[in-house]
Design a protein around this ligand. Structure first.
Ligand code: NI
Length: 248
């Protein structure tokens, strides 16, 4: 069930069967010469929708803009400040908690979100721990899961791409986004074939070190067919992890 395609009565009925909800969270940032700017939001969203089809889990609207300050030297990128994302997550979770949801499963598509989303969980738990005003709501639990780190997905990415997977604008995320949006598949020449690896500081430093946006990857290997396999693997990984989270 997608929250945005239900009525309030349907949400009430759902809450009698489950108090869990999946919240896809991504980023709006450059993904190299052939990757879509929405990749990090499109990937967790399509997997969450697949999980919902299989087991009927409720899926919240995708949080499509995240922590992308280091991509700001590339046109089209949008970023929040950490404090903005923490405030946003706080309000979304407290809204849903008021209705009776108490298990919040953030399905993430962007490594740069991890620190801030984890900090937002600490802010939410601190309300109960410190006994602040909103601590009268029922206890909640939050989990952050990265779709690209599921065991089946990781094994498949290794089998398909080996050392060409890299860490940004990876062929696995580009393939999954192409499966989700075959209308938006791109082709582009890339040189070198596998992008350099390394670390970076701010946005200008990132662009200097990684001029076409990729880090360590060869996304020219991407395909819709690979994306379909990654989708199936991702849905299986998340169903297992989500169900364990609901009963933990
Ligand atoms: Ni990405």
């Amino acid at each position: 069930m997608l929250l945005q395609l239900t009525t309030w009565q349907e949400v009430e009925a759902y809450l009698r069967t489950s108090t869990g909800i999946i919240l896809p969270i991504g980023s709006t940032e450059q993904h190299g010469p052939n990757g879509l700017i929405g990749t990090d939001a499109i990937c967790p969203e399509i997997i969450a929708q697949g999980v919902s089809k299989e087991i009927g889990a409720m899926v919240a609207p995708t949080i499509a803009v995240g922590m992308a300050q280091h991509h700001m030297a590339f046109t089209g990128t949008i970023t929040l400040r950490p404090s903005t994302l923490i405030a946003y997550i706080n309000d979304v979770v407290n809204s849903l908690a008021r209705h009776g949801f108490d298990r919040f499963y953030f399905l993430n598509g962007h490594g740069g979100n991890i620190a801030t989303v984890t900090a937002s969980f600490s802010e939410l738990y601190a309300e109960a721990s410190l006994g602040t005003q909103s601590s009268n709501r029922p206890a909640i639990r939050c989990r952050l899961a990265n779709w690209f780190e599921g065991p089946t997905v990781k094994a498949l990415a290794k089998e398909l791409y080996g050392d060409s997977e890299g860490s940004h604008a990876t062929p696995s995320e580009v393939s999954l986004s192409y499966y989700a949006r075959p209308d938006a598949v791109k082709t582009a020449a890339m040189s070198p074939k596998v992008a350099p690896k390394g670390i970076f500081t701010d946005a200008d430093d990132y662009r200097r070190r990684f001029p076409d946006g990729r880090i360590g990857s060869d996304p020219s290997l991407s395909s819709v067919a690979h994306g379909e396999r990654l989708y199936t693997a991702g849905v299986a990984d998340v169903i297992k992890d989500y169900q364990a989270f609901l009963t933990a």
